[in-house]
Each structure stands twice: as structure tokens, then as C-alpha cells.
Design a protein around this ligand. Structure first.
Ligand code: FES
Length: 215
């Protein structure tokens, strides 16, 4: 199922109906992974989680593991959690404060900005020819802070966040989710983590107001 018309057929927006494929079709999920998670702005954290230089949290953008980190200069970056050498995850923890990241596989090390800073036995193995500037961690193209909420997009051509959200969603986020009129939100340490062996939309729907359950 890759044709746009086929996608339109399974969502009857005029009558408020969707086909079961929306929640269960593997091909459709793969299309979403490309067209939604690889392009859209996605929430990756809150600035309270990374207050100090070296603070980081790990998260996922779609199926891609990422590190949200405040670098030494205070800039919040989102780095793909995948070593440039053989693809191992360079950060194996949920959150913490570090001076850099060292891969547990062969020991390549990276700065808070994702730059490759060292490789064990560099002179012997690479004869001084390793161009470290070309082997840093991949950095997610766009990062934005919307009143404390951190969002990122893999798409370098993505529109500015506020434009992408649009006026209505901006209002809803600011006034309802982030409780702006009440003084805003503070993110406290700790996690509430949900694992669900189902389609991502089932979880999303439940968190935005599916109260239609049998107790
Ligand atoms: S995979 Fe990270 S150093 Fe080899």
C-alpha cells in the first residue's frame, strides 16, 4: 500500500471512519515511519531534563535511538545514538551527566557536540589518516524549544516549528498541554514508561482522550 489514493480510501474523514489497516497494517506502518517519523517534528524531551552542560536523556524518534544533550556551550543538540564505527549505541543509559560519550564496542569517543574526539590506537590502526571531523555522530537536522518542550526533525527542509504546528495546535499546546496560563510545567526527575505491543496510534489515541473503555 504505497499509493496516496489507497491511503485516502482507508480514511473516511467526512464520516469519521478509518479502516482497521490504520491500526494493524505493517506496510502502512512502514510508510508512516518514512513520511511521518522521518520528516515531522517529534517531541524528544523537556528542557528541564537537560538543564546543565553534559545533562542528557535518551529517547527514540520513530525507531531511531537518539541522545538529547546540552553541550558545553549550553546548546541543546539531538544526536543519533549510533557509533560512526560499527553502529553500536554509544550511550546505554536513560539519563545522566557526562563529559562525552564513549562507545563500549571499540572505544571511539565523542564530545557533547557529537564530534569524534578519539579512537583507540589511532596512529597504529589508521596511520594518522583518520579524518575525525568526518566521523562524528549524526546530528538531527532541526531542534526547537517550544516553551520548554523540545522537538526535533530529521528533515533539514522542515518548516519552522511554529509554522508547522499552526495557530490552533500552538494554542492547544501552550494553554492546555503546557498550562501556560497557570505558570507552565516543570518536568520532575524520573520516568513513566509504557510498553505496548501495538500500533503507535493506539497509545496516542488513549492519551489524547479515549475514555471509551469497559472498566
Ligand atoms: S562500534 Fe563504536 S567503536 Fe566500534
Amino acid at each position: 500500500m504505497t499509493d496516496v489514493d489507497e491511503l485516502r480510501d482507508i480514511v473516511d474523514w467526512q464520516n469519521g471512519l478509518v479502516a482497521p489497516a490504520v491500526h494493524f497494517d505493517e506496510d502502512l506502518y512502514r510508510i508512516e515511519a518514512d513520511r511521518v517519523f522521518n520528516r515531522a517534528w517529534l517531541v524528544v524531551g523537556h528542557e528541564d531534563m537537560v538543564r546543565k552542560p553534559g545533562d542528557y536523556v535518551t529517547n527514540y524518534m520513530g525507531e531511531v535511538p537518539v541522545i538529547v544533550v546540552r553541550d558545553a556551550g549550553g546548546q541543546i543538540r539531538v544526536l543519533v545514538n549510533r557509533c560512526s564505527h560499527r553502529g553500536n549505541q554509544v550511550c546505554l543509559f536513560d539519563r545522566g551527566n557526562v563529559k562525552g560519550f564513549t562507545c563500549s564496542y571499540h572505544g571511539w569517543s565523542y564530545g557533547l557536540d557529537g564530534a569524534l574526539t578519539g579512537a583507540p590506537m589511532e596512529q597504529m590502526l589508521y596511520r594518522g589518516e583518520l579524518d575525525k571531523s568526518a566521523w562524528g555522530l549524526e546530528e538531527v537536522a532541526k531542534v526547537a524549544n517550544f516553551k520548554g518542550l523540545l522537538l526535533a526533525s530529521f528533515d533539514p527542509a522542515a518548516p519552522a516549528l511554529e509554522e508547522w504546528l499552526g495557530e490552533d495546535v500552538r494554542w492547544w499546546l501552550e494553554n492546555f498541554v503546557l498550562a501556560g496560563p497557570l505558570g507552565g510545567l516543570e518536568a520532575l526527575p524520573g520516568w513513566h514508561r509504557y510498553r505496548s505491543p501495538g500500533n503507535w496510534k493506539l497509545i496516542s489515541e488513549n492519551f489524547i482522550g479515549d475514555d471509551y473503555h469497559v472498566f
